[in-house]
Design a protein. Sequence first.
Length: 156
Amino acid sequence: MHERMEQQYFSKEGLEKLKAEYAHRTGPLRAEIAARIKEAKDQGDLSENAEFAEAKEAQSLNEGRIEELKAILDNAVLIEARSSGGVAHVGSALKVQIGKDVREFTIVGAAEADPVNGKISNESPLGTALLGTKKGDKVQVRTPKGEVEYKVLEVK
């Protein structure tokens, strides 16, 4: 009994990256692991064969990730580059002012979030607050350091 996963949003690049990982894991990596298992079996006694145990564990981890990737890809929604009329949506790049600092963020799906590199999840407090904003809007976001005001300078 499989639960239906929620849709996850991806940029074209993010989706291509997942597809490439899926292809690698179902093709070359699967074949490499199978060869390692065969080679370990050919060595004889499997009860004390560390290479066999390691290869079987690698196989298990790979197959688990393949299933995970398949479920993600089955429910992936491509973020289309579209004119937003200046309103922030998933896929928008924003320039915001925080106090005297100016930062740039791109709102992405949760699976692609990378806050250190300015990619914020549409499900995060900041991402949620910025969705639907336009140039000149101000939003308050609760952070671990307290309330912080973000002023939207630009939406692309």
